[in-house]
Design a protein around this ligand. Structure first.
Ligand code: NAD
Length: 499
């Protein structure tokens, strides 16, 4: 069994805590690796090394820092298959989906190549007699990120690429469930020319996270994961004076209007509801058809599509639509929620219970489920299931449908399928959700826009990637400068104003 490492000061180093987390192969249930769980002292050492390395990196000019990102993109492409395989092995998602995970991270690295442009300050010539005024965007120092299991390549890159290109050092605490890809990324970035100590990977659990949150050197914390942990990290990080952005859980609704192309809507629901076994924060988990006629027709189209889905290990290649979920505990949680849906009166139209795959009996596979007649008081509606379970909540009118999405505590993503421009426009304007799709099921913004939810899906002010990332990872300093020829005689004792 492989003993994994941390990545500190340019080297893979063994953990010293004697505490380990199991890294499983979700398809077989086997323990395939041991992830070292950092002590507070190990995290503090990594932060000290990062702090010592950061000033020299910050003084490298932005164009040279960008070139490291350029080279990193090249290496990511070179190693794409290797990264995707390592990712699928520990996560369970299909190989094309794993390559997509790397690719969506890579696109943010590409965006970061434009850092010299985004780091330019403002300048006002002759703001007063002989006075010039200008601003600088300076790095924060040491930044940290804590990432979830479901995108082990994309989300770390969304954090560390903009942080590093801005001149910061970065401490990454990836999910202890699948740490191999983050370790590989750190090594690749150094191969691309990043100096040692600028990207440090400390593996661990709550102890490592708390060490980051309470460390005085760490200036900012970025978090992606479940909402209860997001709330904890936001509150603790802010109380310790850090800049914090936390992205939490989701329950994404898709509204299907009577005029929608129902084949398109059904295809979109199947892909976005069951892709990656539903383990995506932008998965659609609630379908809201408007009117019983729309609902009946939609269910009729969904059932054969869902029953035809192929579930299996990533090693089966392109033949598989989705793989296992991450752990036995996650599988049990999904099964319990499915049972609660049945007990609370929802109609299980496609029953994925008892799904077994020959040769993979100990894997964490869950069959696809479809519920109809779900109501908003049921647990399967209120809670994030994070599994291949789609709930249908019938709405009588568009107003009832939009209100449902407005009232839900989560606000990550949503989507509407309609041919009517007025309805689509009204929906985009009124909905209190961060990312909206119009005839698009998973509206994940591209790298040069920003990604973030509203309500209990996001805590903080600035989103991930896009121009927000350059704001989050820098501080603005504004300089007012006057040269001797512009200085009048004598001191001034009242606040300077422009007359
Ligand atoms: P998680 O909250 O269990 O873990 C996320 C990270 O927090 C991990 O690194 C973990 O080690 C750490 N952590 C866990 N418990 C902790 C504790 N008590 N104290 C401190 N740190 C702790 O989430 P997960 O299961 O890895 O990921 C799935 C969740 O992430 C889902 O809720 C999903 O919706 C969410 N997610 C959100 C987004 C988004 O952008 N909004 C994106 C991806 C995933």
């Amino acid at each position: 069994m492989q003993e994994l490492t941390h990545y500190v000061n340019g080297a893979h180093i063994k953990g010293t805590s004697d505490r380990f987390g199991d890294v499983l192969n979700p398809a077989t249930g086997e323990v395939q690796g041991k992830c070292p769980l950092s002590t507070t002292a190990e995290v503090e050492t990594a932060i000290e090394i990062a702090a010592a390395a950061q000033p020299a990196w910050a003084s490298v000019n932005p164009q040279r820092r960008s070139r490291v990102m350029m080279k990193f993109v090249e290496l990511l492409n070179r190693d794409m298959d290797k990264l995707a395989e390592a990712l699928s092995r520990e996560h369970g998602k299909t190989l094309p989906d794993a390559a997509g995970d790397v690719q969506r991270g890579l696109e943010v690295v590409e965006f970061c190549i434009g850092a010299p442009h985004h780091l330019k300050g403002e300048f006002t010539d002759s703001a007063g007699p002989g006075i010039d005024m200008y601003s600088m965007k300076q790095p924060l120092g040491v930044c940290a990120g804590i990432t979830p299991f479901n995108f082990p390549a994309m989300i770390p890159m969304w954090m560390f690429a903009p942080a590093i290109v801005c001149g910061n050092a970065f401490i990454l605490k990836p999910s202890e469930r699948n740490p191999s890809v983050p370790l590989m990324l750190a090594q690749l970035l150094e191969e691309a020319g990043l100096p040692k100590g600028i990207l440090q990977v400390v593996n661990g659990d709550k102890e490592a996270v708390d060490a980051i949150l309470h460390n005085q050197t760490v200036q900012s914390v970025s978090f992606v994961g479940s909402t209860p942990i997001a709330e904890y990290i936001y509150a603790t990080g802010c109380a310790n004076g850090k800049r914090v952005q936390c992205f939490g859980g989701a329950k994404n609704h898709m509204i299907i209007m009577p005029d929608a192309d129902l084949d398109q809507a059904a295809d979109a629901l199947v892909g976005s509801g069951y892709g990656a076994a539903g383990e995506r924060c932008m998965a659609i988990s609630v379908a809201v058809p408007v009117g019983d006629e729309t609902a009946d027709k939609l269910i009729k189209k969904l059932v054969p599509r869902i029953e035809a889905l192929k579930v299996g290990p990533y090693t089966s290649g392109e033949d598989v639509d989705f793989g296992p979920v991450i752990t036995a505990a996650s599988k049990a949680n999904i099964e319990n929620l499915v049972q609660s849906g049945i007990d609370q009166g929802a109609k299980l139209v496609v029953d994925g219970r008892g799904f077994k795959l020959q040769g993979y009996e100990d894997g964490f596979f869950v069959g696809a489920h479809l519920f109809d007649n779900v109501t908003t008081d049921m647990d399967i509606y209120k809670k994030e299931i994070f599994g291949p379970v789609l709930s249908t909540v019938r709405a009588k009118t568009y107003e009832e449908a939009i209100q449902m999405a407005i009232d839900h505590e989560y606000g990550n993503g949503t989507s509407i399928f309609t041919r009517d421009g007025d309805t689509a426009r009204d929906f985009a304007n009124r909905i209190n959700i961060g990312m909206v799709g119009i005839n698009v099921p998973i509206p994940v913004p591209l790298a040069y826009h920003t990604f973030g939810g509203w309500k209990k899906s996001m805590f903080g002010d600035l989103n991930q990637h896009g121009t927000d990332a350059f704001k989050f990872f820098t501080r603005t300093k504004t300089i007012t400068s006057r040269w001797p020829s512009g200085i009048k005689e004598g001191g001034e004792f009242s606040i300077p104003v422009m007359e």
